[in-house]
Design a protein around this ligand. Structure first.
Ligand code: HEM
Length: 397
């Protein structure tokens, strides 16, 4: 049973959610400064900086914030000192991500060392809080099992990332090339993929009024973890492609026909995941790794995370207002005009399409893609801020 009376203060997750769009905007600024050269290599300093501004600064921010929110609710017990934990994780992640991006861009070992210290600290605090809460859960549902496995995958990603960062900045030996591929695999196919599949299993049937996912899908995180541990990357790619295809099939059976903003974000994520799997299969022949990165990170993961933000932030505003105002709390639809969400949806989709086009024709599309990406980040930030201001106004009244 979910225990919402154990929910932490609104400020705990909110600071993560409000910071995420700023990192998306920063990523767009780096892309603008770099121009078409960005698309030359996935290991270029600017590409690595943007990758981490998005994976740590946007996806990490939202996922860690959401997990800190849900943990006490799932565990039925409050996290000790939620404000202090949130402050440490948020500050460490934000400053560490900035230092890492700056470290990539300048190749300055001192910045890399700073990033390693800050990120190592933030993830150590977060993973300890996660382990503590998940340990206490009495009834291990499929969601709890997936969260545990996603936590393991995050720990492996971070350790491999710290190792790579140490190697790059001359503090240690660089891992062998085969190991270098494992870090993004554990991050994207392990941590992010498992978490999103677990979220999808809960929210797609509920928000889009579809039948439930087939029962065997519960084994997806276990299978993905086993395959990653065996170093078999094609395995999880196939699993997620199967999961995405199942989501399309469920969408075809949905009872609510009107496609709302949430539905379009999810549909875009599914299409991008399937396209990424196809491109990945063809990669040895035409070198599409950059396109895979764009489709997975900007197309699939960012779309889902944005869709979730538009559900989570108004829900939490309502939850906390309800505790103060009771039945007078406005319902979740009243915090943000749907047209503003729709505007950001289109900016985002156009930005993803232009980014994908920029992989093959950077001279034409690199700048328009970066500008649209920046515009989408600004609109997202302004939308989340509107919800927060509406909450404050009502709470003060
Ligand atoms: C403590 C946190 C992290 C650190 C210190 C870190 C560090 C690094 C470093 C140094 C590289 C360059 C690898 C090389 O030169 O071969 C890299 C690449 C990469 N990392 Fe991270 N990383 C972290 C977290 C993450 C997370 C959470 C994700 C994804 C969810 C991620 C995704 C990637 C990707 C996609 C690449 C590009 C690799 C490629 O194109 O092959 N990283 N990371």
């Amino acid at each position: 049973m979910l225990r919402f009376d154990q929910a932490p203060p609104f400020s705990v997750p909110l600071r993560f959610f409000l910071t995420a769009p700023a990192f998306a905007f920063l990523a767009a600024l780096v892309a603008l400064r770099q121009g078409p050269a960005l698309f030359e290599s996935r290991w270029s300093p600017a590409a690595l900086a943007i990758t981490h501004l998005l994976t740590l600064g946007v996806l990490g921010m939202v996922m860690l914030g959401a997990m800190l929110q849900i943990l006490p609710v799932l565990a039925g017990a409050p996290v000790a000192r939620p404000r202090a934990v949130a402050f440490a994780v948020h500050a460490g992640l934000a400053l560490g991500t900035l230092a890492l991006a700056a470290g990539f861009l300048t190749a300055e070992p001192a910045l890399m060392a700073l990033a390693m210290g800050l990120l190592g600290f933030a993830f150590a605090v977060f993973l300890s809080a996660l382990a503590w809460a998940l340990w206490r859960v009495r009834v291990v549902s499929a969601t709890v099992a997936a969260l545990r496995l996603a936590g393991i995958a995050l720990a492996v990603t971070v350790l491999l990332g710290l190792w790579l960062a140490a190697g790059r900045s001359g503090f240690g030996a660089m891992p062998a090339p085969a190991l270098r591929d494992l870090h993004p695999a554990w991050g994207l196919l392990g941590w992010a993929g498992m978490l999103i599949a677990a979220v999808a299993a809960q929210v797609v049937p509920m928000f889009h009024m579809t039948p439930a996912y087939p029962k065997w899908m519960r084994w997806l995180p276990f299978a993905a973890l086993g395959m990653l541990a065996a170093g078999w990357i094609a395995g999880p790619v196939g699993l997620y492609a199967g999961f995405a295809a199942t989501t399309l099939w469920l969408h075809a059976k949905r009872r609510r026909r009107q496609p709302d903003v949430n539905f379009v974000f999810w549909r875009a994520a599914v299409v991008c995941s399937l396209a990424a799997a196809l491109v990945w299969l063809a990669t040895p022949y035409w070198g599409g790794q950059m396109l895979v990165g764009v489709l997975v990170i900007a197309g699939a993961l960012l779309s889902v995370v944005t869709a979730m933000l538009y559900k989570i932030v108004p829900f939490l505003a309502w939850l906390h207002l309800q505790a103060r105002l009771g039945a007078q709390a406005p319902n979740v639809r009243q915090y943000l005009d749907e047209r503003k969400q729709r505007r950001q949806l289109w900016l985002h989709l156009l930005a993803v399409a232009l980014l994908a086009a920029a992989v093959t024709a950077p001279q034409f599309f690199a700048y328009p893609a970066a500008i649209l990406f920046a515009a989408s980040a600004v609109q997202l930030g302004s939308n989340l801020l509107s919800i927060t201001l509406e909450y404050r106004k009502r709470a003060a009244s």
